[in-house]
Design a protein around this ligand. Structure first.
Ligand SMILES: [Zn+2]
Ligand SMILES: [Zn+2]
Length: 72
């Protein structure tokens, strides 16, 4: 598994590929569609979107997946 060395560190910190911020992998997400590891803000878009996605089991980021608004 080359290419994701940041996941192998003893202290689990991931780097957002959008804002380059270090974050806890547990609060962010890995988008299976654009293959990016994103922080909570860039993956989910916000607290409510995160809650919604956790219910839906979404594994794509907010840019690739449907938004709650689009499903109305
Ligand atoms: Zn970010
Ligand atoms: Zn994506």
């Amino acid at each position: 598994m080359l290419g994701v060395p940041y996941l192998l560190r003893s202290e689990l910190r991931a780097t957002c590929e959008v804002c380059k911020a270090q974050f806890d992998p547990g609060v962010g997400g890995y988008c299976l569609r654009c293959n990016r590891l994103l922080c909570e803000r860039h993956f989910h878009g916000g607290r409510w979107q995160r809650l919604w996605r956790s219910v839906r089991g979404t594994t794509v980021c907010r840019e690739c997946g449907p938004t709650p608004d689009s499903l109305r």
